[in-house]
Design a protein. Structure first.
Length: 562
């Protein structure tokens, strides 16, 4: 197994703390609880994303303290520090949602800033909500110091009349309420019961998708992705992560040894098998970029040809993550994928073992369970994450097509310049069967911030139109979105992509098998419209959104800012 005996256990803290001239540095640390002997230990930063902003992260302060104990008991010295988080579930459908993807960059920058400034020898990073997980990994990749990621854990389901509920249940109830299918009282009952306490949103939405991807990547300890937020297992996972970092420091194992191209392909494979979020495409591209790995949009097509969707999990399936936790999490699935030669077992992980080594003693799922299908009976024989190209998306778009909504769509464009306008039209019954809803100027630069379209997609499902309309946007989708949805359209409208010149009534064709998205107008007409198009003024002239819009790359490259 890899070990680098020449790696210094105080590679970064030594220059900050050693020698008479560094006495002021030591003096500052005495004040925060250091003892004399601590200055000769490896210093491990514990990056906590604790906040009372969202239930996803409200318990992470306790997990951070457990991780710090794990560091200290293993012979290191821990320092806990905080960074921000935002709540997609609260801001969804509002102007505030424009800050969501931006927060990924702010979090990554802040972790890098603290660790770089303070001379930490290693890191534990703990994330709970959608953006702070890839943000942690981006920072760990940039810093390239021994590190472990800890997932904050999944929420327990809410329940009404033996029916499991989650955040998407509320969004879809809004659509049902607008049709009169449920009453004001029933809507209030759903909203008050769906989210019972701490933890990330309960289906295979973006948080659980990214936690699973990070474990498959090798940057979390085994089973970190499949534990309840409030559980003895999650406390133990946090403490074990602290100890694991000390072992990684001793052996000189860094993220660059783990986050290889093959490891990213393992993560992609697991995301597909789980029926995971479209956001995984964006985030894994960004994480790979930070790690110096050349991952491309087309790699999803290459991997997806051979990987079936096996997990019957929400949003398009029946079950929630807590049910998967109870039958063993994702490790039995990974072992099956390994046995089918769909995973690279020789990839190193933060346990110090290879992926194959981690999976060696894993038992199969219990007989009779219906959450993870067999290879003989997949939900879909190949990936649900389909990269589309065509004259509407010359640089690519990402579709989430489970097969339940069909594999092809032809319809007439209904064009909206913002998410709010589209949502109002859906709720007011102005969208009909056969409409191809186009929401534009919601891309990374144009939004700015590439908002998620959970409110419109949930309203469509709540209206019973999931199989009858498509939604196309240069924005993103929540992991909770399902239906015939196509996002990440690139080039985006703000930079003059063809999505900017679509008119109401234009015929649009989507073919997930041919992997095409086509605006069926003559080429001469398309060219003429593009010549006439003029870029609008940026929506923000100063502040974080303006800086983000100026720096951000296209969605097809991960919407990165560095």
């Amino acid at each position: 197994m890899k070990s680098n005996s020449s790696y210094s256990p105080r590679k970064y803290s030594g220059p900050v703390l050693d020698g008479p001239e560094r006495a002021p540095s030591r003096g500052m640390l005495y004040a925060v609880g250091f003892k004399k002997e601590d200055f000769q230990k490896s210093i491990v930063g514990v990056a906590s994303t604790w906040s009372m902003v969202t239930p996803c992260n409200m318990h992470i302060d306790q997990l951070a303290r457990e991780a710090a104990k794990g560091v200290d008991q293993a012979g290191g010295k821990s320092i806990i520090f905080n960074t921000i988080t935002v709540s997609d579930g609260i801001s969804m459908g509002t102007e505030g949602m424009k800050y969501s993807l931006v927060s990924r960059e702010v979090i990554a920058d802040s972790i890098e800033t603290v660790a770089g400034c303070e001379g930490f020898d290693g890191l534990v990073a703990i994330g709970g909500c959608d953006k702070n997980m890839p943000a942690c990994l981006i920072a760990l990749a940039r810093l390239n110091r021994p590190a472990v990621f800890v997932y904050g854990g999944t929420i327990l389901p809410g329940c009404i009349n033996d029916r499991n509920l989650d955040i998407v249940s509320i969004f879809e109830a809004v659509g049902a309420h607008s049709t009169g299918t449920i009453s004001d009282q029933e809507l209030e009952q759903v909203e008050s019961c769906a989210i019972p306490g701490p933890g990330s949103c309960g289906g295979m939405y973006t948080a659980n998708t990214m936690a699973s991807a990070i474990e498959a990547l090798g940057m979390s300890l085994p089973n970190s992705s499949a534990q309840a937020a409030v559980s003895k297992e999650k406390l133990a996972d946090s403490a074990s992560a602290g100890a694991a970092v000390l072992d990684l420091i001793k052996r000189g194992i860094r993220p660059s040894d783990i986050m290889t191209k093959e490891a990213f392909e393992n993560a992609m494979t697991v995301v597909i098998a789980l029926g995971g979020s479209t956001n995984a495409v964006l985030h894994l591209l960004a994480m790979a970029h930070a790690a110096g790995i050349k991952l491309k949009l087309d790699d999803w097509t290459r991997i997806g040809k051979n990987v079936p969707v096996l997990a019957d999990l929400k949003p398009s399936g029946k079950h929630v993550m807590w049910e998967l936790v109870q039958i063993g999490g994702i490790m039995p699935l990974m072992k099956t994928l390994l046995e089918e030669d769909l995973l690279r077992g020789d990839c190193l992980t933060v346990s110090g073992k290879t992926l194959k080594g981690n999976l060696a003693g894993v038992k199969p799922y219990p007989k009779g369970q219906s959450i993870i299908r067999s290879f003989a009976d997949p939900i879909k024989p190949n990936s649900h994450l389909v990269v589309l190209y065509g004259n509407l998306a010359p640089e690519g778009a990402v579709a989430k097509i489970s097969g339940k909504e069909g594999l092809r769509f032809e319809g007439k464009a209904r064009v909206f310049e913002s998410e709010e306008k589209a949502l109002r039209a859906i709720l007011d019954d102005k969208i009909k069967k056969g409409d191809a809803i186009v929401i534009r100027y919601e891309g990374p630069k144009g939004g700015p911030g590439m908002r998620e379209m959970l409110a419109p997609t949930s309203a469509i499902m709540g209206k019973g139109l999931g199989k009858d309309v498509a939604l196309i946007t240069d924005g993103r989708f929540s992991g909770g979105s399902h239906g015939f949805v196509i996002g990440h359209v690139t080039p985006e409208a703000f930079t003059g992509g063809p999505i900017a010149i679509i008119k109401n009534g234009d015929p649009i064709q989507i073919d997930s098998e041919k992997k095409t998205i086509t605006l069926n107008i003559p080429k001469t007409e398309l060219t003429a419209r593009l010549k006439q198009w003029k870029q609008p003024k940026p929506r923000y002239a100063k502040g974080v959104l303006a800086k983000y819009a100026e720096q951000v790359s296209p969605a097809s490259l991960g919407a990165v800012t560095d």
